[in-house]
Structure formats: structure tokens, C-alpha cells
Design a protein around this ligand. Structure first.
Ligand SMILES: [Fe+2]
Length: 294
């Protein structure tokens, strides 16, 4: 039996917001422990090079620069993850944070549904005293799984402003991309969260917002400050978790609340195995309904 590598290769990773790389400029950034130099020529085309001999395919869509981290000269088979309904449009807000942990802990922290009640406590969000029974249906989707579209029960004041009858759908795909779509009778508010490994011990998380709300710019400072406090709460927990992990405790993922984390590890293992064996990826996730309290 072989172990799954920490970094998957031959897949698209979120690199940086396009606005960070101006015309005719270069920017260096470490990704997957490799120093990469991004450059944008005078016609706007973005390139990514590791050194004189190695360059990586890049793609700029919806205001974001993605990089295809191949392990040879292989070319991307799949297109870059995109937020549906916002084709050829840039984002309206973006927030980035770095976590002092590896990519797996960052992804599990992102998709763990039970942590919300315990990690994200704020008066404007929800009270920690109430744990509700949650039942959600999932189905396999491209390199991941999707929580099927359903009515949004817990409405924060932001979603009350968005419109009536909100529904939510959340999809996750390797290597660490989560797309949340909230639709109301009139509007659509989406966010794409991308996890990018910087090194074995550092991971970047970028949250990017897309909306059809004309008044969104008015609320943007408030939303970004909420997002920042959310991300900082995640960061605090990951720092505490790293302290606990120094003692090498046995890690177990139990019950339906941890099912998505188990799926992540299974998807990752299958992705690595399929490449090693030179065969197509076979999604190991089966359609399923999960129950947990949050
Ligand atoms: Fe969180």
C-alpha cells in the first residue's frame, strides 16, 4: 500500500487574484513548496515559471489566476473551476488568509460542518447554545461531492437582505475548492473558497465573492470584516490544533459529521492512485444523506 502524497499534482490550484499582477509586472510566490515567478506581459497574458526550464500552464478567469501544477509536461485535461452564472465576470470581493498547517488540516477545517457552532460564535451570526439536527443529501460531482440544493434555514441578516426564498447548494472538489451558491427569487450570491498549499506547514485560503446585487459595494466593507473575523476564528482553532498535534494523538473521523472529511481523504487517495496507475479517476463517493448536529 502506498501513502497519498501531501500535494496532488496535475490539477489546477488557485494562485492569486488577477488584480495583484499588473501589466508588465512579475510577482514571485511559493506554491507547493516551489518558488514560482508569475509575469503578465504587456498584452495581459499571464505566465508562470519555476526556472529557465520549467513553466506551468496558467488560466485567468473570473478575475482569478490559476496554475496547473503538473509533474511533467502534461497539459490540463479539465477546465478551471468556475462559479456558475458569472461567466466572464470578475469577483466583487476577495479575502485571503494563511493558516500555519498543512493542506489537509486546512481542507478539513473548511468542510467540517460541525465546527460552525463551536468555532464561529458571534452575536450577529448565531448563539452557541442551540444545536440543531441537520439532514443533508449529497451526491458525487466532478472530483468531489455536492450538497444538494435546499432551502436555507438559518438566515443571517445578510441573506435576509438578498431576497425571499433563499436556497443553497455547496460543492467541493479536489484539490480544495468549495463553491457555495445562494439563490433567492431575484438574486444570486456565490462564493468560491480555494485552499492552496504554500509549503508542508503553511496553507493559503482565499474566499472570493460574486453577486448580482447592485448595492453590494455599499455592504462590501462590512461583509469583508465579517469574513475576516470568520477566517481568524478558523485560524485560531488551527493554531490550537497544531499545538495538540505535536503530541501525535490518534486522529479519528467518526459519524456523519466527519463523513465529508473522510470523503476528502478517499477522493485524494483515488486521485493520486489513478495517476500512478495511468487510468481515469473513478469518483469513490456514493449518493448519501447525512445527519449531524450543528
Ligand atoms: Fe470555519
Amino acid at each position: 500500500m502506498t501513502t497519498t502524497p501531501l500535494f496532488l499534482r496535475n490539477t489546477w490550484y488557485y494562485a492569486l487574484p488577477g488584480e495583484q499582477l499588473k501589466l508588465g509586472q512579475t510577482l514571485s510566490k511559493t506554491l507547493l513548496s516551489e518558488p514560482i515567478v508569475f509575469s503578465r506581459d504587456c498584452s495581459g497574458i499571464v505566465c508562470a515559471k519555476r526556472d529557465e526550464t520549467k513553466s506551468y500552464p496558467t488560466c485567468e478567469v473570473q478575475g482569478n489566476i490559476w496554475i496547473y501544477m503538473s509533474d511533467s509536461d502534461s497539459q490540463p485535461q479539465e477546465s478551471v473551476p468556475q462559479v456558475p452564472g458569472f461567466e466572464n465576470q470578475s469577483y466583487q470581493a476577495v479575502e485571503t488568509i494563511r493558516f500555519p498547517c498543512d493542506v489537509d488540516h486546512a481542507v478539513v477545517g473548511l468542510i467540517d460542518p460541525a465546527h460552525i457552532a463551536f468555532v464561529h460564535q458571534a452575536w450577529w451570526w448565531r448563539s452557541p447554545q442551540i444545536l440543531n439536527e441537520v439532514i443533508k443529501s449529497f451526491e458525487p460531482s466532478l472530483y468531489g461531492f455536492t450538497m444538494q440544493r435546499h432551502p436555507l434555514e438559518q438566515q443571517t441578516f445578510f441573506y435576509r437582505l438578498v431576497g425571499r426564498n433563499p436556497h443553497i447548494e455547496i460543492s467541493f472538489q479536489l484539490p480544495g475548492i468549495r463553491i457555495e451558491q445562494v439563490t433567492t427569487e431575484k438574486h444570486k450570491v456565490c462564493n468560491l473558497t480555494a485552499i492552496t498549499p504554500i509549503s508542508d506547514t503553511e496553507t493559503e485560503e482565499t474566499t472570493i465573492f460574486y453577486t448580482t446585487l447592485a448595492w453590494f459595494p455599499l455592504l462590501k466593507p462590512l461583509l469583508l470584516s465579517f469574513t475576516r473575523s470568520f477566517l481568524n476564528q478558523d485560524r485560531e482553532i488551527l493554531i490550537k490544533q497544531q499545538m495538540g498535534l505535536q503530541h501525535d494523538p490518534p486522529l479519528t473521523l467518526v459519524g456523519d459529521a466527519d463523513a465529508q472529511s473522510r470523503w476528502y481523504y478517499r477522493l485524494k487517495a483515488e486521485f493520486a492512485r489513478s495517476q500512478m496507475q495511468g487510468r481515469p479517476f473513478v469518483n469513490p463517493i456514493k449518493a448519501q444523506t447525512l445527519h449531524w448536529r450543528s
